[in-house]
Write a protein that binds this ligand. Structure first.
Ligand SMILES: [Zn+2]
Length: 75
C-alpha cells in the first residue's frame, strides 16, 4: 500500500476498465445506486483528499476536452 503524496493518507491503486490507475481509499464499501443496484467498491481518493484539485485533470477527461474547446473558440 502506498500513501498519497499530497495528504499522506494510505491509498490503494486499482486499474480501471480503461486500463488506467486510479487511487482509492483502502477498504471496500457497499453502496446503493440511484436505480437500486447494490454494489461494492472503493471510494476514489480524490473524493476525500483535501488536495483533490491536483487529481482532477487526470480523472476527468471531459474537463480537458472543454478546455480544448475553449482553446478553439479563442482561435
Ligand atoms: Zn490525498
Amino acid at each position: 500500500m502506498t500513501r498519497c503524496k499530497k495528504c499522506g493518507e494510505p491509498i490503494n491503486w486499482i486499474i480501471t476498465r480503461a486500463g488506467k490507475k486510479m487511487p482509492t481509499n483502502p477498504g471496500s464499501v457497499t453502496i446503493c445506486t440511484p436505480d437500486g443496484r447494490v454494489v461494492s467498491g472503493f471510494i476514489p481518493h480524490w473524493d476525500t483528499c483535501p488536495h483533490a484539485d491536483d487529481f482532477r485533470e487526470q480523472v476527468n477527461p471531459n474537463q480537458r476536452s472543454q478546455a480544448t474547446n475553449q482553446l478553439h473558440l479563442k482561435i
